[in-house]
Design a binder for this molecule. Structure first.
Ligand SMILES: [Fe+2]
Length: 392
């Protein structure tokens, strides 16, 4: 596989991983000069006592929690980001702590834009956001192991008026510190453990087949796949398995680091589209589309995709030593289908509320999603529509 001729690699976030590391979050916030913190979360996380655990951890430093914004829904939207920013301003916050899944962390990342620029979030949409002032400290505590949002450069925010998902992107939006504490993920129910875990797997695989892939990300993604293969079924079966939860947090973070630098492709483009138009949860959409997207990409032999997927098969723990690239790749795809079944995830888009007469509309959105441009080749409208039909 030809390597991209020129690349940059960065991990702007400091990453801390340990059981009960949130107990020292106040000390970490003090180190990055935050003193008046707005805690951003959702009601489910708050009810599970996870927000309180983080508030208690603030006592380890000379910082004050000036407010709690708990109104983030599963797929955050532009209006919620505006409200989050208003909560930060009215409480005089100079920093943010986000405790939750990707939606919560992305809300805080987008609120950071407004803390710097003010005004309307939609005014700050561009291919790459360049801050016009100092970036406020933001510590992210993920309560799911999937998006890797605690270290990624992007915030995905729904625009309900346009029925689209907007992507705000900049290395400056990566949280200042990511605290990976398995104890805050043990209450995550099995179905969310499954769908968010497959999102992490999709990040690793898409970073590998992306046009922008490069050796550093390849290594991170392949090891991420290995950790997911060993720990996702364990975390699904026993949520209190701290070792499995830790490995899932790490692999999700590695997937996030890999795809922030190498980007993702057709699977995410198609998942964003069905999420934006019909509210299909991101991880579920990825779980359904991942095997189909991989099968589609097998045609890019010159780009080395079957060889890449042979490496995926090896990381999944399959014995493919004597197989040619395509045979090994197909074994990896079948293994992922079986993993989805084992995790109780749906297999078809028709099972999760996508209407058949919506297929053309989601194809239109997928074709203009930024992720599509990083996929190998240049998938045509009819090919993508056909792929949606197969997954339907
Ligand atoms: Fe994703």
């Amino acid at each position: 596989m030809a390597m991209v001729e020129w690349f940059e690699f960065q991990i702007p976030s400091k990453i801390i991983c340990a059981e009960h590391c949130v107990d020292s979050i106040g000390m970490e916030m003090e180190k990055v000069d935050g003193s008046k913190v707005l805690l951003v979360t959702d009601k489910g996380v708050e009810k599970a006592g996870l927000a309180q655990a983080v508030i208690d951890g603030m006592e380890s430093g000379n910082v004050e929690v000036v407010g709690v914004f708990n109104e983030v829904p599963p797929n955050s939207e532009v209006k919620i980001v505006q409200k989050c920013f208003e909560a930060a301003s009215s409480n005089g916050a100079d920093s943010l702590v986000s405790v939750g899944g990707g939606s919560v962390i992305d809300t805080a990342k987008a609120a950071v834009i407004l803390m710097i620029e003010g005004g309307d979030l939609l005014d700050h949409q561009s291919a790459v956001y360049v801050p016009s002032g100092a970036v406020p400290p933001h510590i992210a505590v993920p309560t799911t192991a999937g998006t890797g949002s605690e270290s990624t450069f992007a915030a995905v925010i729904a625009d309900h008026e346009q029925k689209m998902k907007l992507i705000f992107q900049s290395p400056e939006l990566a949280p200042t510190v990511a605290m990976l504490d398995p104890t805050v993920t043990t209450t995550l129910p099995p179905h969310l453990t499954a769908s968010t875990g497959i999102d992490a797997l999709t990040h690793c695989i898409e970073a590998l087949h992306s046009e922008m892939h490069e050796p550093i990300c390849d290594g991170i993604a392949l090891h991420g796949i290995k950790l997911i293969a060993s720990s996702l079924p364990r975390a699904f079966k026993d949520g209190s398995d701290i070792e499995a939860r830790t490995l899932m947090l790490l692999s999700a973070n590695m997937g996030g680091v890999a795809f922030s630098n190498a980007f993702v492709g057709i699977i995410h483009a198609m998942a964003h589209s069905v999420g934006g138009k019909f509210g299909i949860p991101h991880g579920v959409a990825n779980a359904i589309l991942l095997p189909y997207g991989m099968e589609f990409n097998l045609r890019y032999v010159e780009e080395g995709i079957p060889a890449k997927y042979k490496m995926v098969a090896e990381s999944l723990g399959l014995d493919v030593r004597n197989d040619d690239d395509e045979t090994a790749a197909r074994k990896a795809i079948e293994h992922i289908r079986k993993l989805n079944l084992e995790l109780g995830l749906p297999q078809r888009l028709s099972e999760v509320g996508l209407p058949e007469d919506g297929l053309e509309a989601v194809t239109e959105d997928a074709m203009i999603d930024g992720c599509m441009f990083n996929n190998p080749g240049e998938p045509e409208f009819d090919e993508v529509l056909e792929l949606y039909k197969k997954a339907f």
